[in-house]
Design a protein around this ligand. Structure first.
Ligand SMILES: Cc1ncc(COP(=O)(O)O)c(C=O)c1O
Length: 366
């Protein structure tokens, strides 16, 4: 009986195990050379000047908002189709998330809808590269035009890129400040919880390390309110090893995604994700759009393949936002996608046999 195919399978190799042991043996478990090197290597990968590892993607978002001075009385526009942390990070600072619609084809923030929601209280927009696909560069231009901070939620997009103003630009360099997650299912993981903040902005860069370390400067004086959101040295040493494989893992994810899309093109009931032109998808998730989600999930289950409705509830309908002014607002595209987007395994750990089993399951669905 072949093993059930999971939606995620974190990579764990001898070199990663050895890196973790070496770090533990060194006795330097926090605030050391591994974290500093991980920050530098990750910044280089994204093509930015500044980076700081931190304790999670959610922590990265909260730290980013605080770095921008966002707090009570401010509004930040967010998509309603995303992981809840995109919205709750805004609430955690005392500011108000303002929900906006997503594009029907690429599923990222709809710029025309964002425009309508800008008020005198709007301080920023959090754009999400959903499932590993970059948001439209029109969002960057809109934020620049309105002098709004653009917080890039790149939690799902390590290695994604898009052409902006003629230059291929990596996720992590597509906002005022950017946030990554190293949750175990992500394209890069660290053996536990973790995140990274990156920025191209020198003023933010000067504070990017201290914000996750009690707001302290080099002489250990606290210059602003912060807390301990640091990453452990062990996690940083594992993350460094994972980062070295990211490009080859992305090549594999992209080749699997192309195979899935080719087979889906022949199926009347299932739709492959659309890819934005001039962009490189990082395929954190491969979501099939279907009006028969329940039957399709059952079908995959019968083939011993995990799949699930990716975001069954739009963020503004979660109980935490029951008193939010938009809690009853209808977002027709977002709400349809919540019913129709089913994630199937696309991770780089899939074997050739497993890819074949998934393709066969898709082919046999009618
Ligand atoms: C879009 C998005 N934002 C934020 C987060 C939060 O990251 P973490 O789980 O590392 O706190 C996630 C993680 O799933 C995410 O997918």
């Amino acid at each position: 009986m072949p093993e059930r195919i999971p939606l995620a399978r974190p990579s764990w190799t001898d070199e990663m195990r050895q890196a973790a042991i070496n770090t533990l043996d060194s006795g330097r478990w926090v605030k050391g050379p591994q974290g500093r090197a991980f920050a530098e290597e990750f910044a280089n990968y994204c093509g930015v000047a500044y980076a700081s590892p931190c304790n999670s993607g959610s922590g990265a978002l909260i730290a980013a908002l605080r770095l921008l001075g966002i707090g009570p009385g401010d509004e930040v526009i967010v998509p309603s189709l995303t992981f809840i942390a995109t919205a709750t990070s805004v609430s955690m600072t005392g500011a108000t998330p303002i929900f906006a619609e997503v594009e029907p084809d690429f599923w990222c923030l709809d710029v025309e809808d964002v425009k309508k929601r800008i008020t005198s209280k709007t301080k920023g927009v959090i754009g999400v590269h959903l499932f590993g696909q970059c948001y439209t560069t029109d969002l960057i231009d809109l934020c620049q035009e309105h002098h709004l901070a653009l917080i890039e939620d790149a939690a799902q997009a390590h290695g994604a890129s898009i052409v902006h103003k003629g230059a291929t630009t990596m996720a992590g360099a597509l906002g005022t400040i950017s946030c990554f997650s190293f949750f175990p299912s992500k394209n890069v993981a660290v053996g536990g919880e973790g995140g990274m903040i990156t920025s191209v902005d020198a003023e933010i860069g000067a504070r990017i390390k201290s914000i996750v370390d009690h707001g302290r400067d080099g002489s250990l004086q606290s210059q602003e309110v912060g807390t301990n959101m640091r990453m452990s040295e062990v996690f940083a040493s594992i993350g460094r090893k994972q980062l070295m494989h990211l490009d080859s893992w992305l090549t594999k994810r992209r080749s699997i995604a192309t195979k899935f899309s080719d087979v889906l093109d022949a199926n009347a009931h299932l739709h492959a994700p659309s890819i934005r032109s001039n962009s490189n998808h990082a395929w954190h998730q491969f979501c099939i759009q279907t009006t028969s989600a329940k039957q399709f999930i059952e079908h995959m289950n019968n083939h011993d393949i995990d799949s699930r409705l990716i975001y069954p509830i739009p963020c503004h309908h979660h109980p935490v936002y029951a008193d939010h002014p938009q809690s009853k607002e209808v977002f027709s595209t977002t709400q349809r996608l919540c019913r129709e987007l089913v994630a199937i395994p696309v991770h780089h750990g899939l074997t050739e046999d497993e890819v074949e089993r998934i393709l066969e399951a898709i082919r046999s669905y009618s």
